[in-house]
Design a protein around this ligand. Structure first.
Ligand code: SF4
Length: 362
């Protein structure tokens, strides 16, 4: 079975660290042209998942999907249901912004109505000063209210995102964020180290000498705190950046790491046939809508993976997981540890996984 990723390329404002392509777009009523284009893409690509037995996971990511109105969510869901077999969908995730959860009263009932059973909320920090610096729309109190609203609306599978490894984050503040996160008891926590994305405001600040990244030791300490704190609170680390309560791993993301087929819809979305073919749409929303209005697929690209590419992908993706890579695929160079039929990077070396993985690529 396969996954469907649907991209919502709109944000209400831009976060300092983010280099994703998205457009600043106010809330309701302004996405009509985009949604019509999505409907056309769904119709044109409905055959892509043929032979995969329908969709098992759906993921609405962005951008900020929670900027869609309740009716826009219903429309998109109806278009998906008309294009694909959704009977066997196990996990349907939507990314939300805390501010939208708190201010849009119709949002959560609409998500329930269309079958969303997993929420991924971008919290990033529980320190208001840091949230302001990141240019996030919410503060810590809003994030907590939003989490409570999600629970009241009966969402029992919630993931929150956190960020560490940025200048000015002190260990005590990071620990406080981790404790407040685990105090909410979400089923899943993803934590990412802030990086300098070339398209971001942060990269500009760095180029002007106004931002200096923290050193590796500082980031490594914060990563170790993350692992220790979440493990102590009963979370399993199943991937370099992903922690969950037992059994609550992200099915959708795990399928990416297993190289399961998926269809990506929307600008910048990538698709994979589960074997050796990838394709993608260009990021421009304007080009995307214009092409689909004329009844043609949006501009994009594609590639056929060689045997070597496939091998490297299996290694790169597999070694980032706690399961690791099957022994038959890899010969150890003294760094990996055995885990059943697999070899994996020991957890205390996850922070330097990229430099380890490099050694196993061909
Ligand atoms: S981090 Fe998310 S909300 Fe912020 S600009 Fe990037 S895509 Fe938009």
């Amino acid at each position: 079975m396969a996954g469907i990723y649907l991209h919502i390329p709109f944000c209400a404002s831009f976060c300092t660290y983010c280099g994703f392509y998205s457009e600043v777009c106010p809330r309701q009523g302004s996405h009509t042209r985009y949604i019509e284009a999505l409907g056309r893409e769904i119709a044109l690509r409905r055959g892509y998942l043929a032979g995969h037995g329908g969709a098992k996971t759906i993921y609405f990511g962005g951008g900020t999907p929670s900027l869609l109105s309740p009716d826009e969510f219903r429309t998109i869901h109806d278009m998906l249901a008309a294009g694909f077999d959704l009977d066997a969908v196990e996990e349907f995730t939507v990314e939300v912004n805390p501010e939208d959860v708190v201010t849009c009263s119709g949002l959560l009932p609409a998500l329930k109505e269309i079958g969303v059973n997993r929420i991924s909320m971008g919290v990033q920090s529980f320190c208001d000063r840091h949230l302001r610096w990141m240019n996030r729309r919410h503060n810590a109190a809003t994030a907590i209210s939003a989490f409570k609203k999600l629970r009241e609306a009966d969402f029992d599978n919630i993931s929150i995102d956190l960020i560490f490894g940025f200048a000015g984050l002190e260990e005590g503040q990071w620990l406080d964020t981790l404790k407040r996160a685990t105090g909410l008891a979400p089923e899943h926590i993803s934590a990412y180290q802030m990086s300098l994305d070339s398209e971001s405001t942060l990269a500009e600040l760095a180029a002007q000498g106004k931002y200096v990244e923290p050193d590796d030791e500082t980031c490594a300490r914060q990563y170790a705190m993350l692992q220790e704190e979440l493990q102590g609170a009963g979370y399993e680390q199943y991937e370099v950046s992903s922690f969950c309560r037992p059994g609550r791993h992200s099915r959708h993301n795990s399928a990416y790491w297993d190289r399961t087929a998926y269809l990506g819809l929307g600008p910048a979305a990538h698709s994979f046939d589960g074997n050796a073919s990838r394709r993608w749409n260009n990021p421009s929303v304007e080009e995307y809508c214009t092409a689909l209005q004329s009844g043609i697929l949006p501009p994009g690209g594609g590639e056929t993976l060689s045997e070597r590419d496939i091998y490297n992908e299996q290694i790169m993706l597999g070694l980032r997981t706690a399961r690791g890579v099957e022994k038959s695929l890899i010969s150890d160079q003294g760094v990996l540890e055995k885990a059943g039929d697999c070899l994996r990077i020991p957890r205390d070396k996850f922070f330097i996984c990229d430099s380890i993985i490099e050694k196993y690529l061909c």
